[in-house]
Design a protein around this ligand. Structure first.
Ligand code: PLP
Length: 401
């Protein structure tokens, strides 16, 4: 059966994979060798040096390429357009190297704080790129930014971290294409189970594999995937030239994580929907932001571009504003017992955090205020524990604050 015709859950397990030709092993070995013997100078089995060629990493890269529907064959690109890195930020940093000094980079105004830090506090100085931030959930703002700044790259996160704004990826991809800009989507919050940006016309998709792909909060990694052969060629050159690759042990963990991605995303999405509904009705909660709620400002776009293979699905991330002040938020966060108060997201365990103090401290206070990353904003990453336990935990912490 042709892989493109297989369902996503089948591809989580088999996509881009083949059994070992020597032993029949169904999982690749963790190839730790940094180098590979050659029969004669330049005559080898396709593996020279592990930064450039590592079969464990290749297996993970091909798995992501399959799930993100790159459609590239191994003849077009060794790993079918998938590229794995030491972290999500290493993937982003390598991707930014497609820009030249002086190029404008149009980026979402609300996104992971570390991405903002990399663009504005590192690469603007060292690479000379010109980041411009707009609210891409407002397409009119995107159109005027294109006219005014003529960007060469567009960077969108949808839903965003932490205010869960949703942008219309197909429209953004079209305007980028019309202007000859490279369109990139950070798909970390959705994973390819809920959203496949390349199918919507984006040129490159990026993930922090630390999150849902790995899924167990035990690995840091990043990945890029593209279906454009010329971009795959550039990324292959950049990945090898910069060298911030994912190591074989971590590639193995990411690949193992992907096997259960489908059922995990199903569970994250269903539990988060229930918790979001409960929170929205709770007297101590000012406002809940969850793309699955009809009250979400871009709910219709979310329902169109996100979803599980057999029905609605909006992921495991919820943002809420508590009534009260920073002390209320602090008491609430000190009183959860099943949710762990920790940065990161997307693991099997439920996590909760305070973006203004924790993940988004690197965003300047005035930008945080503009984006609504206030002192009472709390972000939840709903795990796959029993829903009743998660509900009871959140309710009792709310009672205590
Ligand atoms: C949406 C998003 N993109 C990128 C990153 C960066 O990934 P990493 O921490 O793996 O470098 C994160 C990390 O939290 C994230 O949430």
């Amino acid at each position: 059966m042709n892989e493109e015709n297989q369902g996503l859950f089948t591809r989580c397990i088999h996509g881009g994979q083949r059994n070992c030709e020597v032993t029949g092993a169904v999982m690749p070995a963790i190839y730790t060798s940094s180098t590979f013997a050659q029969e004669s100078p330049g005559i080898h089995k396709g593996y020279e040096y592990s930064r450039s060629h590592n079969l464990t990493r290749f297996s993970f890269e091909r798995a992501v390429a399959s799930l993100e529907n790159t459609g590239l064959t191994e003849e077009q690109d060794t790993t079918c357009g998938g590229f794995a890195f030491a972290s999500g930020l290493a993937a982003t940093a390598t991707c930014l190297e497609m820009l030249d000094s002086g190029d404008c980079l149009l980026a979402m105004d609300d996104m992971y704080g570390g991405t903002y830090r990399l663009m504005s506090m590192v690469r603007e100085r060292s690479q000379g790129i010109r980041p411009v931030y707009v609210d891409m959930s407002d397409f009119t703002a995107v159109e005027s930014a294109f006219k005014e700044h003529r960007p060469r790259m567009v960077w969108v996160e949808s839903p965003t971290n932490p205010t869960l704004k949703v942008s219309d990826l197909a429209r953004i991809a079209r305007i980028a294409e019309d202007h000859g800009a490279i369109a990139i989507a950070d798909n970390t919050f959705c994973s390819p189970i809920l959203q496949r940006p390349l199918d919507l016309g984006m040129h490159v998709v990026m993930h922090s594999a630390t999150k849902y792909l790995g899924g167990h909060s035990d690995v840091v990694g990043g990945v890029l995937a593209t279906r454009v052969p010329e971009i795959a060629e550039r990324l292959r050159f950049l990945q090898n030239s910069i060298g911030s690759i994912l190591g074989p042990f971590d590639a193995y963990l990411c690949l193992r994580g992907i096997k259960t991605l489908g059922i995990r995303m199903e569970r994250h999405s269903r539990s988060a929907m229930e918790i979001a509904r409960m929170l929205e009705a709770h007297e101590k909660v000012e406002r809940v932001v969850y793309p699955g709620l009809p009250s979400h400002p871009q709910h219709e776009v979310a329902a169109r571009q996100m979803g599980l293979p057999d029905g609605p699905g909006f992921g495991g991330m919820i943002t809420m504003y508590l009534k009260g002040d920073i002390e209320t938020a602090r008491r609430f966060l000190e009183n959860v017992r099943v949710f762990a108060l920790a940065e990161s997201l997307g693991g099997v365990e439920s996590l909760i955090e305070h973006p203004a103090i924790m993940t988004h401290a690197s965003v300047p206070p005035e930008s945080r205020a503009k984006l609504g990353i206030s002192d009472t904003l709390v972000r939840l990453s709903v795990g796959i524990e029993d829903l009743e336990d998660l509900m009871a935990d959140v309710k009792s912490a709310l009672d205590a604050c």
